[in-house]
Design a protein around this ligand. Sequence first.
Ligand code: BGC
Length: 755
Amino acid sequence: MKDTKHPFGKGRLRLVAAVGLVVSGIAAAQSGSTSEEDRLVEGLLAKMTLEEKFGQLNQPPGPDNNTGPQAEAAGLDQVRKGRVGSYLGVTGAGRTCQYQHVAVEESRLGIPLLFGYDVIHGYRTIFPQSLGEAATFDPAAVEHAARIAAVEASADGVHWTYAPMVDVARDPRWGRISEGSGEDPYLGSVLAAARVRGFQGEKLGEDGTLLATAKHFVAYGAAEAGRDYNIADMSERTLREVYLPPFKAAVDAGVGSVMASFNELNGVPMHANAALIDGVLRKQWGFDGVVVSDYTGIWELTKHGVAADESAAGVLGLKAGVDIDMVSDIYRRFGPKLVRDGRLDEKLVDESVRRVLRAKYRMGLFADPYRFCADTTRAKTRMLTPEHRQAARDVARESLVLLKNDGGVLPLSKDVGKVAVIGPLADSRADMLGNWAGAGRPQDAVTPLQGLREALGEARVLHAKGAGVNGDDESGFDAAVAAAKQADVVLLFIGESGDMSGEASSRSSIDLPGVQQELVEAVKATGKPVVAVVFSGRPLTLQPLHDAVPAIVEAWFPGIEGGHAIADVLFGDYNPAGRLPATFPRNLGQVPIYHAHRNTGRPTRLNPDGKIEKYTSRYLDVDNSPLYPFGHGLSYTTFRYGAPKVKKAKIAAGESQQVEVTVTNTGKREGDEVVQLYLRDDVASVTRPVRELRGFRRVHLKPGESRVLSFELKPDDLAFYDAKLQRVVEPGTFTVFVGGSSEAKLQATFEVKAQ
Ligand code: BGC
């Protein structure tokens, strides 16, 4: 940023001068061993009134807030009085500079504000919905998408994103499954770290960086019955094995903040959960960043029934270690009196204030409060650039999953005569963005209809909507059938609308909504070949569609370049290789269904007469297997795997193991393969999943090309929590499975020796 362009240069100098005085004063009084950060923070803290302290812990909504129940935006008079530490939803270089100016120039201590916003899968350049990004199985691509989001958002004055959302989710009824990385803690951990690196860049505070937030801590994805905000009730083991690991990965990657979750866990609401926030997150893991409440999360403690009134809710929140009160306005209103009445220890409050000030320091705001907003040209030059659009197209192509392709219907030849483009999602720009689309605009989005017209020319593309996403109106069917009859192939664009997943968007049925399956049947009856492209923010129950059409592509919500990416895949300009980050069930009754399940004492087996044994763990009316398993995704080429080889037949506990596998592209097209490695601890002192993901690699292979891939299994990859919840590696045999999905069959075994 150039100082010459700085509209409030004088103010900045004033602050820097003030801070300089504080720093030198404190330095004189102290031994000199403390860092500049400590001196600055302690210096300010020593000057703050109780009201100003609670002001730092207060995060009201701003004028651009677009989430949650209506809440009144806090005005600048509050900033002037030092009663606001950060904002949810103040964006734009001009506006953030205006607010910052008031904080720095007109409040007593001149402490800069932090501006937070939900930058989830892109800011202006919208990438695929996070679940779609996860389907790339490509951490580098996911990191790059987050990097671009940070560059764009920070050019618009934003300092802080409430992402990555790292909640593991195993119930597709829960609409927020779309915001995360799906069902698997290992994949979720790898992508959590990638996104943190992407948002925060090399060093926080540098140009183009955002303070990241791992959310929602914790077990929010385990909402009972998949209903948003519902309770979570689970064993300590499941919490540690499944729900905590992505948060740990984010902390290890240096995430600057963590958001508490709306749910209660085993009877304790997370905003009052000292054992997990102060205990596990801070003390066990050493997280030294800031913890922010979710939207009115502190106030909701009164609704959970653990706080008699708002004051009590404030006490619980602060004691649990929730530093910042988003929207409830409870800390600000009640905090000072609670301290004066002896209900809250000021030392505890100081700890929270320190963490907030440190976050501001780490974002470089004390050095230059206007570093993210002064240069207003950046919002124009850094957003939606051709490079960013290209990256969005690349990631969208990588996210598409070819679920089914009977008889090699896909890819279509560009010599195909006419195509009928049918369905409610064929030409809906807004739906391409999905939910939580930052500053994304529908007019930026390329729909499949547009992408196909560009690829084939207008004349060869017939279009009929056929039906809406929801509702029972079949009046468009005739036009759809007529278009299908005139075409050589039918491309159906069906599924959910973008707002049917995300927050407060749980569904009790995950079938194709409305009369879309009927539309499929009507079009199919023409006898024309039909290819379905499905949009969804969750796994859907696609059995009827699977039975009806030969080829299906899962497109999630692919972002602004979705239409191009889809055309690339349908016509073979790009060979799809996306993989499912969550299991697709056959029907809703199978839910929860996930690949890393336990075996039970009665796994399904066949009788000598070939029938399924009755007294086994199964349903009478549906197979146990999913429609499409975790990790599934087809290609236009074929890959052959050699037998996996373990480096050592026996290792000691505490030693690492190497697994090697050779993968060959045996088909005629180049393409990516997602090589997956799963592990089973064959016999252990407590039950272990039938297999757990422990490695994956997306590799590009030319026809005939072979690659030898080597995976390292570290001691912790072999470890689990024993009956006393101690993390151990036990002696015995382990089985490694390698292949292109969680149903990989090729295996090798090795032994961990007894000590
Ligand atoms: C959501 C969070 C989000 C916050 C601020 C809440 O309703 O649960 O994920 O970060 O709003 O927009």
